[in-house]
Design a protein around this ligand. Structure first.
Ligand SMILES: Cc1cc2nc3c(=O)[nH]c(=O)nc-3n(C[C@H](O)[C@H](O)[C@H](O)COP(=O)(O)OP(=O)(O)OC[C@H]3O[C@@H](n4cnc5c(N)ncnc54)[C@H](O)[C@@H]3O)c2cc1C
Length: 556
């Protein structure tokens, strides 16, 4: 085994020589995956609940229920996010140094699907029923996350949404081939089962005023998202056959068959652009995406870009539309395109695209989908505009205490971020009302790095990857889901790959190597807690620290 105790321990004085001493101590440290994502909660904990089930004397079913509960503490949408999250947690996984990061997202999906199949309910907290009623505007992931966190703490919650179904952009933006609606329905139902009331087809600001809701409820959370697609502001844009990606995807996701012609141009490089292009491919169109920067700057999730290309979408980089060309009778016939190059980084940190003088061309097309960005739609809610069309989440100002906001309405992001913001608002509001500070705080300690792990202690083994249909097959299968949930066998082998960075998983190496009997088994063993330390017997050889594979033991 490789010796990893490179640091000199505390030093024992009193003889001619200074002798390094390696007295161990047990220190639980943050895992890097958790540091990489605020929404996955205790990732190491829920993986450990399954990986260590035999050591802790629970059945596989009990382990799944425990793992699900740990995830659901922070995220009521694991089956949903297990399908669509760009999983920043995985890019922080120490295991990447050995072979491949853990497939955390695929495991989350497995547990989410298991919870749906097994009818596992979302966990309530043990707080008493509260008298305050809270209202939520917007049944997207942010509003529903807030509603869930308040309802499980005993508050009476009503969610209002303008649409005829709940889910926000998860339903009306993300297409079914990535997220089937029955999965979303099942996870939303679990939230409603906590007693959350849902009032659909109710547009706040039009069907009911904000003032009325403020009279009805003690507090309001505004999770209205960013429903309005931004335009290109180029000549020819106003007229038939130009549509925003949000409108197009919203209609497709409602089951409408939209024919935009044989050739389609999609402008933009984010998830909306990829989704619109891939939906249009499924409708039989020849699709070209125009993006004004390079592939490196493209904001869409990387594998969505790859899948779009596999499905036959053409992506043209470093080009921007100049003008939409129409025939005399107003029919869209082409887009004039400007070739771009990248200059210095702009405020977003990405390199700024600038035109290449004299480099333009024309691209024939029947329609254009504009997927450049979205902004909140504030009809009837103009008083909420505090930041050039956006809401602000900061509730510290006078008169703001009863209105909270989060999700895309305060800045475009991903679903996981919208969920985190809903949860944080609920935790803060609850703490404000009850003086309860039981919500998990964020650790300031540095996460465990790969240098603290003993990679030799586990065999090298590539991560599981969800099976996917081939590109051509995906297009012909229409809206059928393109990626499968991993099997139980693969899930169980994947949990074994976790090094439990920074927390004891009961491998017993310290116990076996210690010749002084310092390590005593604890009666109620559980993740992070398998042995207590009897340091009186310690001979300070440091062997236990050397063989600890997860960085839990360190020099005193
Ligand atoms: C096409 C597309 C693809 C995406 N793909 C991904 C992805 O793969 N992975 C990922 O993590 N994120 C993705 N995102 C981003 C993600 O969907 C959003 O970040 C997230 O949905 C934001 O949640 P939200 O609750 O803030 O807003 P929304 O999901 O937009 O929900 C807001 C809700 O408020 C309602 N509402 C608005 N105004 C009113 C009003 N006045 N009265 C009543 N109700 C109102 C709306 O009807 C809507 O239901 C994608 C977004 C889009 C558009």
């Amino acid at each position: 085994m490789t010796k990893r105790v490179t640091e000199t321990g505390s030093e024992t004085l009193g003889s001619d020589r200074i002798t390094p001493s390696y007295r161990p101590r047990q220190v639980e440290k943050p895992a890097p995956c958790q540091a990489g994502c605020a929404n996955c909660g205790d990732i190491r904990g829920w993986i450990g609940a399954v990986a260590q089930r035999r050591k802790t004397g629970i059945t596989r079913e009990q382990a799944y229920a425990r793992a699900w509960r740990l995830i659901a503490e922070v995220n009521p949408f694991p089956a949903t996010l297990g399908r669509i999250c760009p999983h920043p947690c995985e890019s922080h996984c120490n295991r990447a140094e050995l072979d491949e990061p853990l497939a955390i997202n695929a495991m989350e999906r497995f547990l989410g699907d298991h919870a749906i199949r097994s009818g596992l309910p979302l966990p309530r907290t043990d707080t008493e029923q509260s008298i305050e009623s809270v209202g939520v505007v917007g049944a997207g992931p942010s509003g529903l996350s807030f509603a869930y966190q308040m309802a499980r703490r005993g508050y009476s919650v009503t969610v209002y949404d303008a649409r005829d179904k709940a889910g926000g952009m998860l339903r009306y933006g993300v297409p079914d081939y990535r997220l089937p609606q029955d999965i979303l329905d099942a996870e939303i139902l679990k939230i409603l089962e906590l007693g959350v009331e849902l009032e659909l087809k109710t547009k706040v600001g039009e069907d009911v005023s904000l003032d009325t809701l403020q009279e009805r409820h003690a507090f309001l959370y505004l999770g209205i998202g960013a429903q309005k697609g931004r335009g290109l502001r180029i000549p020819g844009e106003d007229g038939p056959s130009v549509m925003s990606a949000t409108e197009y995807l919203g209609r497709v996701n409602k089951g409408e068959r939209i024919s935009l012609g044989e050739k389609l141009v999609v402008v933009g490089g984010g998830n909306s652009a990829m989704d619109a292009a891939r939906c249009a491919r499924r409708g039989g169109a020849e699709v070209t995406i125009l993006y004004r920067r390079s592939l490196q700057e493209m904001p869409a999730i990387k594998h969505e870009i790859e899948e779009a290309v596999e499905e036959g979408v053409e992506i043209r980089l470093l080009v921007a539309p100049l003008r939409i060309v129409r025939s005399d009778d107003g029919r869209l016939i082409a887009v004039d395109v400007q070739v771009m190059q990248l200059a210095e980084p702009d405020g977003s940190g990405r390199r700024r695209p600038v035109p290449v003088e004299g480099s333009c061309f024309s691209l024939e097309t029947d329609a254009v989908i504009v997927a450049v960005s979205q902004v909140p739609e504030l009809n009837g809610l103009e008083a909420l505009d505090e930041d050039g069309g956006w809401l602000v989440a900061d509730r510290s100002g006078p008169g703001k205490q009863r209105l909270w906001a989060g999700g895309d309405a305060v800045g475009l992001g991903i679903a996981g971020e919208a969920i985190v913001q809903g949860r944080h608002a609920a935790e803060q509001l609850h703490a404000q009302l009850r003086g309860d500070s039981s919500s998990p705080g964020t650790s300031r300690a540095d996460p465990v790095g790969p240098e603290s792990l003993l990679f030799e202690s586990k065999p090298g083994c590539a991560a599981v990857h969800p099976a996917r249909l081939a590109g051509r097959e995906r297009v012909t299968m229409g809206m059928a889901e393109v990626a499968a949930t991993i099997s139980e066998q693969r899930f169980l082998s994947e949990v074994e790959r976790c090094f439990s960075c920074g927390s004891c998983y009961g491998c017993e190496q310290c116990f076996m190597y210690c010749t002084s009997g310092c390590f005593l088994r604890v009666e109620e063993a559980g993740p992070g807690n398998y042995f207590s330390l009897n340091l009186e017997a310690c001979q300070e050889c440091g062997k236990c620290i050397e063989v600890c594979p997860c960085g839990f033991l360190e020099v005193t």
